[in-house]
Each structure stands twice: as structure tokens, then as C-alpha cells.
Design a protein around this ligand. Structure first.
Ligand SMILES: [Zn+2]
Ligand SMILES: [Zn+2]
Ligand SMILES: [Zn+2]
Length: 376
């Protein structure tokens, strides 16, 4: 078999695949967008020093007096019945027939601090160039990261927006195909054909029969005796359309600015009920009787629960320290909620039990409940 005939489609002018990303130094630095250490592909820009919000001093953050909500026996019983129905091994009979001894309301405050921040990062991106408008440096200097105007979303909503930095565009020869638009097929090394795997390139196969006499060689049916087959990866062409420029030969590079708005939330509930797991509060709502919103809020003073005042000071300082060096703080909001909690004591079959009703949703937590067996 003539080897040279089989290599007919090999074209030495089609390059091998280049790097999938532009190599270092491929793109010039744009003023204001250099990465901090020269390697970081996604530099996080600290807010400009001119932007330095100050808390408004002497603001009155006095908090109104609040009354602890109380629930009736009917509400407590309905809540317990719903809870019992959700547990298949609990009987509803005790819930219907129990006798309440005391419904004890407990004051539970939840403090929440929200800090709404904006951060900006950037990186080089590219797309195939097909003659689109190139907004390059000839139209002016790219504005620095924090000078690019973006419309602020509704406060306290998490959103990410990507913006093309003005005048940062440039066109370059594709780094993958060196401007050829095609790359040599890796699977067949550009030959368009591959060795037949059925006959290992021999063109014939040894046939195994039941008797020694019937064994022999036969022409390989998979490659029709040629020993080679068309490469499936490139359909026999020996090359592929460049996966980076899609054949356009050139790429449009630009700097993409990523603007991230995020609401950072911290919660706190003083831990004062040893019989009630505080984690349960995370899933229920309370009554927000104090809401204070400003660019920067000021620590709460004069609230009857000193632990809430202390945690307000602590969290506000923590948020300032955590966010002001890398983000713009756009807005803060602090809230005190009264989270309903009632300890319900009752007797059933001469024994004492209790359960908790919590949250505006009247959820129930019971560590003990008269089982179906004990009432027999
Ligand atoms: Zn191929
Ligand atoms: Zn074959
Ligand atoms: Zn290319």
C-alpha cells in the first residue's frame, strides 16, 4: 500500500492549535485597569478615597416601647394540633383534650444589620471580530473603574451587571490559529485519516474457525483492506474551524467591568431560653417595630435591652471594617424585631407537659408530647 497516497489531505500551512487564552503580554495595560500584582486576572478595585461616608452624628435612635404579644388558649391549641398532624406517630387526642395551666409570653428581640455594598472588578474578554465597531483608545482614554456610570438597582437587592469599558477595544490576530481561521486536527495530526483499529492497520484480519484448517486471513471489512479510515473528528479534512475565532481569523478584545451589588445581612438573638433551640427562630418572622435606614447607621442607644445596644455597636463596626476597604457602602438598615414566643404549660392524664409557640407564623416546638400508648 502506498503511504503517500493516503496522506493526500495533509496541509503543512494549517497551524497546530495555539494557547486557548491570550498569552501574557499579548494585551497592553490600559491605564487604571492594571492588576494589583500583575498576575491577578480579576482585580478588585477599592472605592476611591473621595468616597468616604460618615455616620450622621446626634441622630436620635430612641426606640418606642413595645408590648409583648400574648396568644389565647385557642390559638395555642390550634397551633399544637397542626404540629401534631404533621407528625405521623403523634395522636391528636391529647392536643384536643389537654388542660392549659399557663401561657407564658417571653420577650425575644432580634437585631438585624443590613449593609448594601457595590464592588467592581475587571478582566480582559474577547469575541470573534467580524467587522463590528471597535471602540478603541483613538476615541479617548478609558474612564477609571469607579467613573463608569451604571444605573443602581433597587436598594438591598442582589444583582451583578457586566459592562464593556469604553475605549478599551482592540483587534488582534487570533492567538489560537495565528490568523489562519483553521487549526490542524489533533486526532489525525492533519492527515484526515487514521489507522484502522479493527485490523491494526494491516488491512486484513486473522479468522478463527473451529478447526485449524479453516483458520486464515481475510480482507478487513471495516476499512475494506486499506488499513486506514477517514478521521471522524475532522470528517477527513485534516483541519477544524478554529474554536476561538470561529474562522473569523481576528479577535476583538475588550475590558469587561463586573459590578456586584450585594446585601450583607447579620442577625442576632440573645440566647436566654435554654429549653428552646435558637436556630428555630431563623425560619420565622417577627414584628419589625424599629427600622432605621441611612447611608451609615449609628449604634442604637437607650434601648431597654442592653445586649441589643452592644451588638448594634459591634456589628456596625464589623461591617464598616469588612466592607469599606473593598466596597462602596451604599446604604445600611438596622431593624429590631419582636419575635413572638410563648411557653405553654398544660396537664394531660395527670402529668405535666409544655410546648413553645413561636414566630408570627405560630410554629410549635415540643420536646415531649403524650404518646398514643400512654393514654391507653
Ligand atoms: Zn482529523
Ligand atoms: Zn481495517
Ligand atoms: Zn482563530
Amino acid at each position: 500500500m502506498d503511504e503517500k497516497e493516503e496522506l493526500g489531505s495533509f496541509d503543512p500551512n494549517i497551524p497546530e492549535e495555539g494557547p486557548s487564552a491570550p498569552p501574557a503580554g499579548w494585551l497592553e495595560d490600559v491605564h487604571g485597569y492594571q492588576s494589583h500584582n500583575g498576575e491577578d486576572e480579576n482585580p478588585l478595585y477599592p472605592p476611591p478615597p473621595a468616597y468616604n461616608p460618615q455616620p450622621e452624628l446626634n441622630r436620635n435612635t430612641s426606640v418606642p416601647n413595645v408590648r409583648v404579644p400574648t396568644i389565647s388558649e385557642d390559638v395555642a391549641r390550634d397551633a399544637l394540633l397542626k404540629f401534631v398532624e404533621s407528625k405521623w406517630r403523634y395522636s391528636s387526642k391529647p392536643a384536643r383534650n389537654l388542660t392549659f395551666k399557663e401561657l407564658k409570653p417571653i420577650t425575644v428581640y432580634r437585631y438585624r444589620l443590613e449593609t448594601y455594598t457595590e464592588t467592581r472588578t475587571s478582566g480582559w474578554k474577547f469575541e470573534p471580530y467580524n467587522g463590528q465597531v471597535v471602540d478603541g483608545p483613538q476615541y479617548g482614554v478609558s474612564p477609571p473603574p469607579w467613573d463608569i456610570p451604571v444605573a443602581m438597582p433597587q436598594t438591598f437587592t442582589d444583582i451583578v451587571e457586566k459592562v464593556r469599558v469604553p475605549h478599551s477595544c482592540l483587534v488582534k490576530t487570533c492567538h489560537m490559529c495565528a490568523g489562519c481561521g483553521r487549526t490542524r486536527c489533533i486526532s489525525c495530526s492533519g492527515r484526515g485519516q487514521k489507522r484502522c483499529t479493527a485490523c491494526h492497520g494491516k488491512g486484513h484480519r486473522v479468522q478463527h474457525g473451529n478447526h485449524k484448517r479453516s483458520s486464515g486471513t481475510r480482507r478487513c471489512s471495516s476499512c475494506h483492506g486499506r488499513g486506514r479510515k477517514r478521521c471522524n473528528s475532522c470528517q477527513g479534512l485534516g483541519f477544524k474551524i478554529c474554536s476561538v475565532c470561529h474562522g473569523s481569523q481576528n479577535l476583538l478584545h475588550f475590558i469587561q467591568l463586573t459590578v456586584t451589588w450585594k446585601n450583607n445581612i447579620s442577625d442576632f438573638i440573645p440566647d436566654r431560653q435554654p429549653d428552646f433551640p435558637d436556630k428555630k427562630f431563623e425560619k420565622v418572622t417577627g414584628d419589625p417595630f424599629f427600622v432605621d435606614e441611612s447611608i451609615l447607621v449609628y449604634p442604637i442607644q437607650g434601648f431597654p435591652d442592653q445586649e441589643i445596644c452592644d451588638v448594634s455597636t459591634k456589628m456596625i463596626n464589623e461591617h464598616l471594617e469588612r466592607f469599606s476597604s473593598t466596597s462602596r457602602i451604599l446604604q445600611q438598615r438596622q431593624t429590631i424585631e419582636l419575635v413572638p414566643l410563648t411557653h405553654a404549660h398544660y396537664t394531660y392524664s395527670g402529668k405535666d407537659y409544655s410546648f413553645f409557640v413561636y414566630g408570627v407564623e405560630n410554629q410549635v416546638f415540643a420536646s415531649k408530647y403524650p404518646s398514643a400508648c400512654s393514654i391507653l
